[in-house]
Write a protein that binds this ligand. Sequence first.
Ligand code: NAD
Ligand code: UGA
Length: 462
Amino acid sequence: MIKNICCIGAGYVGGPTMAVIAQKCPHIKVTVVDLNENRIAAWNDADVENIPIYEPGLSTVVAEARGRNLFFSTDVDKAIDEADMIFISVNTPTKTYGVGKGMAADLKYIELCARQIARVAKNDKIVVEKSTLPVRTASAIKEILEHTGNGVQFQILSNPEFLAEGTAIADLFAPDRVLIGGDTTVEGQKAIQTLVDVYAHWVPKDKILTTNVWSSELSKLTANAFLAQRVSSINSLSELCEKTGADVNEVAKAIGLDSRIGSKFLKASVGFGGSCFQKDILNLVYIAKSYGLHEVADYWEQVIIMNDHQKRRFATNIIKTLYNTVSGKNITFLGWAFKKDTNDTRESAAIYVADDLLSEQAIIRVYDPKVSEDQIQYDLNYLATRSSVQNAQGVQVLQDPYEACKDAHAIAVLTEWDEFKTYDWQRIYDGMLKPAFVFDGRNLLNRSELEAIGFTYYAIGN
Ligand code: NAD
Ligand code: UGA
């Protein structure tokens, strides 16, 4: 039975996942380690509301388990040494250099973890891939562990995470399934069972699926590819709806009632964001190409092409509608996070829409209820390193939505935060320059209410 778990990587996955394991299994000591000292300090902040990740319900779970059997530390070696089971939950971004640049997953952080585990481990351990990895990564980890280790035995499991940000705690409490892949050997099956026993403390046994390692690794990429494909599918039709007078919400409802299609993940938007959909599809495309499967690669690449088109088309529509120039005009962004209920902005559509508008010399003001000004400036600086945009400093971040919308020519809704629906839109209208425009990239607001006030209202897909 497992008594001591270490998780390398205290990010959006490692933090919440381990907090829930610790809460549900008080008899297991769980230590989450990270190289990032600031992040660990924030996880240890005396005020639990200051933990580094905003996620509904997370602070309550952390408050219950932290200091009891949940610990956050920068002492990676010590945690590895003490653990029976080590989760690797580090980032696996798209490569920005060398072979596979812009497509393949960068596995340098994974390899560093494997080498560190090999160096430190003095007794047998189960190593669990929690990060999303290309199919067959486990064999590379195994080789490193076996060739650089101290002669101890390692079992490698794949246990990809399916939580979505904004609903991470609910997803972890009641997952659709937990997937565990391992070797078909007796030792492999024993390791699988050990991890099954951890999850079985709160997940019904019939929801814990066990497979071979390769199926597990590939299923994670596949799940994200299918989800993203649904968003790109409905987004592709949103453009056709705008041309034909069909309403994308009505179309989504009509098709979603077919139980074979299902109603979820059919919300047309300004484009999907987040750290994973694009990265994981690019990775899938790269793997398919590396096996010479060009038709397979092209098929999935189209999901990304469609998503880029959707973000660009939203910005182009703003420019066109504002009489073909936004130079010197005030455009207020409501929302910067890639979806509601998270402070994560990675690959948020807002960043790309801002890029296009800044290139046309628009003045952008941003209000987001959870994203910090530092983060927004960081995203804009990052943008400046990759594009021609040099005027990111022309972006102002405000703490009050009404202030942010004052004297604006147009408002763009980039994130579907619930609070935007509750605003006094008459007051916002009164403070804006006329004619006043709202470009709703989330189909969030009420068209008839806004038009009755006097807004010119555009929503994706209708
Ligand atoms: P993240 O960037 O938030 O966290 C990763 C952490 O790992 C960082 O804090 C980093 O400092 C740390 N780290 C990197 N190398 C390290 C090392 N050698 N030693 C110690 N710490 C190290 O990333 P994330 O969003 O938590 O994603 C982690 C993995 O989980 C990725 O593979 C991702 O694809 C996958 N995933 C993410 C989500 C999500 O919703 N974010 C969901 C499912 C799966
Ligand atoms: C996604 C998956 O849903 C998780 O199962 C997976 O674990 C995770 O990626 C991962 O591997 O990182 P996440 O990116 O956190 O989770 O959030 P989603 O709810 O999937 O939303 C992704 C993007 O798609 C957001 O920008 C969202 O606004 C957009 N979206 C989603 C739409 O535009 N329309 C929809 O109908 C659904």
